[in-house]
Design a protein around this ligand. Structure first.
Ligand code: GDP
Length: 524
């Protein structure tokens, strides 16, 4: 039962450059997911109308669905988990960690622009784990680049083979639809149906004379073009896709809700079910009976109405059942979890059970950190979910000194999310904030004001870089603490850290203290 449930899971994220259409396609995926969900319950009624009202409800909630981090929906007997990658400009470690929690990715490309910079970076991250990638060439209702050139660009820039699965007929105002190479069917596009589930309008077979009747001379052009394309491109191979070496390519328009269905149909079929994950001692397989999972993301005040902190866990094996006991491995403590939440297209709901591949939310009261492992008793630690050392530092100055407590609370809670780190130096009452990207300082100032009612400003401080300190030898560590005290601090999670005023200083310290490790990333 556990194995079957988990094998139905498809857990993925969308990677794209801003404005390529991630939000739009997400909404269409949810729409398609909903239709299936309701097909059994609204028998006999015109499904189109229901889809429309669903859509409007969703449109109203757009603000929520856009910021929701995880969306789950059923599709073709599968359960799809879609993880949102953060939208802000900084390429953040948050994105990196989200991609450690998925088994595949959907790459959305604006076909009028081709491969853009953020997509390149995200692909680099996917490549670290050979994540299988499915490609959607979007915005076919506009004037786009030549489709053959688009595929060449993906192959050259992103170093992945392309296998076209659908092929576009025309573009922009002349966009007629797509030919499905594997099904040998032509799907016709009609405008103005972006907000509904479309009736499928299909002609079977490329050589069908009906095709010539419907699109005239374009039919022969299509046949000629396809001969060229199929000769020059790769054929779809499941194995190469699963190894991350080849990406199936689909064409369409998210805004027009066209071509998305064909992509999603194949996606749930081909994308891998939950993959095994490495720990410090062994690999854990999704089919194992015993529950295990890791935390890849923490978000404070996610929903202003709840004002709580949610830790996002990817279940790696077994089953979560409401009320179960799990071991918090880092703290070596059993906890009983009865109020894990799930995320259903914008709403959150209390959850009775969940399986490998699912993402569940745990209420965090400060005891959970990014990278933490939870099991049914085994003392293992999932690997590869790092906290990177921040590279930019500011002293935090309160505008209202009476708010010191609220400030510290806010900084610590926001640090749990992983994009910033707060440091409390040993020898002063200052608070120093470290961040990986410069934008984070603005984000923190804004959120402190909105969520914690604290006004603060940031000032320059002479810290160049930070390292986490580890040492097995307690005596040695004590000596080091005595000598280096003026540059030592505790981070938000009470971990010992060294704040180096310069690189030269750091190098000197490392030479002088060879048995102390100065860590650039902190893996829990
Ligand atoms: P995101 O930044 O990747 O989430 O992109 P959005 O989904 O917000 O889309 C950016 C803009 O492109 C919006 O104005 C969308 O309406 C538009 N857009 C998205 N998909 C399409 C499409 O298929 N065709 C056209 N013409 N516009 C699209």
């Amino acid at each position: 039962m556990v194995t079957t449930e988990s094998s139905l899971r498809r857990t993925f994220a969308i990677i794209s450059h801003p404005d390529a259409g991630k939000t739009t396609i997400t909404e269409k995926l949810l729409l398609l997911g909903r239709k299936i969900q309701e097909a059994g319950t609204v028998k006999g009624k015109k499904s189109g109308k229901h889809a429309t009202s669903d859509w409007m409800e969703m449109e109203k909630q757009r603000g929520i669905s856009v910021t929701t981090s995880v969306m789950q929906f059923p599709y073709n007997d599968r359960v799809v988990n879609l993880l949102d990658t953060p939208g802000h400009e900084d390429f953040s470690e948050d994105t990196y960690r989200t991609l450690t929690a998925v088994d595949s990715a959907l790459m959305v490309i604006d076909s009028s622009k081709g491969v853009e910079e953020r997509t390149i970076k995200l692909m680099e991250v996917c490549r670290l784990r050979d994540t299988p990638i499915i490609t959607f060439m979007n915005k076919l209702d506009r004037d786009i680049k030549d489709p053959i050139e688009l595929m060449d660009e993906v192959e050259d820039v992103l170093k992945i083979k392309c296998a076209p699965v659908t092929w576009p007929i025309g573009m922009g105002k002349q966009f007629k639809g797509v030919y499905h190479i594997l099904e040998n069917k032509i799907y016709f596009y009609s405008t103005g149906q972006g907000h509904t589930i479309q009736d499928i309008d299909v002609v079977e077979g490329l050589d069908n004379p009906e095709l010539d009747q419907r699109i005239g001379s374009l039919a022969q052009d299509l046949r000629d073009e396809l001969e060229l394309v199929l000769g020059a491109s790769h054929e779809f191979e499941l194995d190469a896709f699963l190894k991350g070496e080849l990406t199936p390519v689909f064409f369409g328009t998210a805004l027009g809700n066209f071509g998305v269905t064909q992509m999603l149909d194949s996606f749930v079929e081909w994308a891998p079910s939950p993959l095994p994950r490495q720990t410090d001692s062994r690999e854990v397989d999704a089919s194992e009976d015993k529950f295990s999972g890791f935390i890849f993301k923490i978000q404070a005040n996610m929903d202003p109405a709840h004002r709580d902190r949610i830790a996002f866990m990817r279940i790696v094996s077994g089953k979560y059942a409401k009320g179960m006991k799990m071991k918090h491995v880092r703290l070596n403590r059993d906890i009983q979890v009865s109020n894990a939440v799930t995320f259903l297209a914008g709403d959150r709901a209390n959850l009775d059970d969940a399986y490998a591949g699912d993402i569940i939310g745990l209420h965090n009261h400060g005891t959970i950190q990014i990278g933490d492992t939870f099991t049914e008793g085994e003392a293992i630690k999932f690997a590869g979910i790092p906290n990177f050392a921040p590279e930019l530092f500011r002293r935090v100055r309160l505008k209202d000194p009476l708010k010191n407590k609220a400030l510290l609370k806010g900084l610590i809670q926001l640090s749990e999310e992983g994009a910033t780190q707060v440091f409390r130096p040993f020898n002063s009452n200052e608070l120093i904030l470290g961040a990986v990207g410069i934008l984070q300082f603005d984000v923190v100032a804004h959120r402190l004001k909105e969520e914690y009612k604290v006004n603060c400003i940031f000032e320059p401080v002479s810290v160049n870089t930070a390292r986490w300190i580890e040492c097995e030898d307690e005596k040695m560590l004590e000596q080091f603490k005595n000598k280096a005290g003026e540059n030592l601090a505790l981070d938000g999670g009470d971990n010992l850290s060294y704040l180096a005023p310069t690189r030269v200083n750091l190098n000197l310290m490392q030479e002088r203290w060879p048995d102390i490790s100065f860590k650039e990333t902190r893996e829990h």
